[in-house]
Design a protein around this ligand. Structure first.
Ligand code: NAP
Length: 327
């Protein structure tokens, strides 16, 4: 199956490398790469790493028309205000009969229901495993392993930057030094305020609620407060009482609809939600038939994000094979 990569940063590069490492074990061939500044490359025979991109095509539509791929991998940067232009990229792919996978959480956080319906109308798939926990199976877990279950709520420690800042402050460092540490580790968005003020956590909460609970919500509708008022002194005080703080994304089904909240919560140090450090993350899922279950990842990195995209691609390939008419 032919793949078009839109965005070729950390995840795009890791994905191309992963596809090369697994050559012969999958049916994929990258036939096009397009980015906003690096340029464009179309190669129907397949692109090898590291690629040299040529002049940039004028529009994403022109790129998709030239690539003639079966699947679009949407790997561009997140726009936390609207999810665009990634949503339009995916719509442009559907309009050309292409499936779409997204590591970008924007489309899932802002337009999941519309995109899922649009894909279904065209007999296409829209998958997004890497959008929330760096490739750790959360969407696949519910879709494949919990048939017939209703998700009633969730709670997740899903933002790395704030964990690193809190950890640094618990070691006596200042807030700014914590931000610097997160920057050095390469986990902070260009604008650290996006993590600190809870927008990243709100995007993840909206994405989870849209997929698990059909919430049809957006990050702006999440009741959100970040960690900017935390101080080393406050954390030392809590530590003396056996407590700590973590930025938690919560969702809950109520008779009035799905309620979403992001807060710097005071937790017992023994609480499982307080146990994640650095880029490690954890999600608890409360269900009607299976009680509360959880999934965690220890120190995931960009290779795990690329794996999440790869797992989506494999699912599309498996599905396409199953649906192919015999003859
Ligand atoms: N890094 C991770 O481990 C991770 C984990 C989970 C999810 N994600 C998500 O995955 C996506 C990619 O992450 P990343 O780390 O690879 O980001 P990145 O290194 O910043 O790369 C983003 C890429 O998108 C391209 N781009 C941005 N806007 C574009 C547009 N309008 N049209 C075409 N190309 C565009 C950039 O082009 P130029 O190169 O030309 O600037 C760049 O190649 C993001 O949405 C991120 O939130 C990443």
């Amino acid at each position: 199956m032919k793949l078009a990569l839109l965005g070729f940063g950390n995840v795009g590069r890791a994905l191309l490398n992963l596809l090369e490492r697994r050559l012969g074990q999958h049916p994929f061939r990258v036939v096009g790469i397009h980015t906003s500044r690096q340029g464009t490359l179309i190669c129907p025979e397949g692109i090898a790493a590291p690629p040299t991109l040529g002049p940039r095509m004028a529009t994403v539509e022109e790129f998709l028309d030239a690539a003639r791929a079966d699947i679009l991998a949407e790997l561009t940067s997140l726009n936390p205000e609207s999810g665009e232009p990634a949503i339009s990229h995916i719509r442009a792919a559907f309009a050309r009969g292409m499936h779409a996978v997204s590591a970008n959480k924007g489309p899932v956080a802002f337009a999941y229901r519309e995109l899922a319906d649009e894909a279904a109308r065209g007999g296409l798939r829209f998958l997004h495993e890497s959008a929330t926990m760096d490739g750790t199976p959360v969407y696949n877990l519910v879709r494949h392993c919990l048939p017939g279950v209703r998700v009633l709520g969730f709670a997740g420690a899903l933002n790395s930057t704030t964990k690193i800042i809190i950890d640094a402050m618990e070691r006596g460092l200042g807030f700014e030094e914590g931000i610097e540490e997160a920057r050095r580790l390469g986990v902070t968005e260009a604008d650290a305020g996006f993590d600190i003020e809870g927008w990243d956590s709100a995007c993840k909460a909206a994405a989870l609620a849209n997929v698990f609970m059909d919430a049809r919500t957006t990050p702006q509708q999440v009741d959100r407060k970040g960690i900017s008022r935390l101080t080393p002194e406050k954390l030392a005080e809590l530590r003396a009482k056996g407590k700590t703080v973590a930025l938690i994304s919560r969702g809950r089904a109520t008779p009035q609809g799905v309620k979403l909240r992001v807060r710097a919560e005071v937790l017992d140090r023994t609480d499982v939600l307080a146990s994640m450090r650095g880029t490690s993350n954890l999600l608890e899922i409360e269900t009607d038939l299976m009680g509360t279950i959880g999934v965690f990842a220890l120190n995931p990195g960009v290779d795990q994000t690329a794996y999440g995209v790869y797992s989506d691609l494999l699912e599309i390939a498996r599905h396409s094979t199953m649906n192919r008419p015999e003859g």
